[in-house]
Ligand binder design. Sequence first.
Ligand code: SF4
Length: 364
Amino acid sequence: MTEESAADRPTIAQRRHLLDMDRAALEDWLMEAGQERYRAAQVLQWVYERGAITFDVMSNLPKDLRTWLAERADILRSRIAGESVSRDGTRKLLLAWPDDQTVETVWIPDGTRHTACLSSQVGCPVGCRFCASGAAGVQRDLTAGEIVEQAWRVRALVSAMAEGGGRLSNIVLMGMGEPLANYDAVVKAVRILNAPWGLGVGARKITLSTVGLPKQIRRLADEGLQLNLALSLHAPNERLRRELIPWGKVPIEELLEACAYYFQRTGREVTLEYVLLADVNMQPEHADQLARIVRRLRCNVNLLRYNAVPGLPFARPTAEAAFAFQSRLRELGVNAHLRKSRGADIEAACGQLRRRTSQVADTQ
Ligand code: SF4
């Protein structure tokens, strides 16, 4: 390490976010500073395997390298600005970044399965009429490191709090934002989440949920990743879909073709996500239209009962109405699963904790 005065040290804006660097980038950076390549593997092991949050504790690194790193890089960049825990154990974190923008991250425990639901943008450009995140539009994209940090934080919670010492097993990119509208950062993050030197979550345990950008779906199919793809359809015909998802102007037919390409290239089944909105998209004819789409794509459907958002004109359907819709789909030969809505008592629909927290902040 070379001697430097305090004036030469990087400002906050110039500091590196360690979770934003893949192994090759970290190796290059350290080697440019005169270090051996293997130091990168040591740092990564501390950060991802042992959950280190400071460089101090990295006892197998020379003291001057630890000091050099501490002066130039942050391991974590967020602070926990809010937290809520559901009766069913679902825990939602509100993470604030140095620019004071906030995102939500959710830990969903389910037996030995521990899922992190990650956000990909601050806010969301899609503006689904029934969603809290979409109401205020998108403020900015998240970096790959900010996406990885959310999973890192959930992993730390799971290790510290899960009964019987569980581990983070699944990741869904279903939080705030449209992942494919922040394509490069999301794909970079997925590679870090999946890497054996990173969080080590299998690609088949990672699901990316999109409202549907056909060009990006095809590009993702060619990335050589084995991700699960979920298409948020939410309406079985063009007219209703445009009403509910004003941004989703791409014809359903075009989306289905892109999804078929994804399946053909990756061998991974595409799942359709369908949020059940009382009296809006769950009439018998909607089941018939949805069944036709499913038959074309030969896929499964996940039905999710909507969690009502205060101020938005949509209601959660009764359990009976949801079962009736599922039964009709099943009679039509569709493999339709009714998913448990987790964390209904803690505002688990995306964007609600963030919205409530900013409303509280606005009134202070
Ligand atoms: Fe965006 Fe998802 Fe909310 Fe739609 S439901 S506005 S895609 S965050």
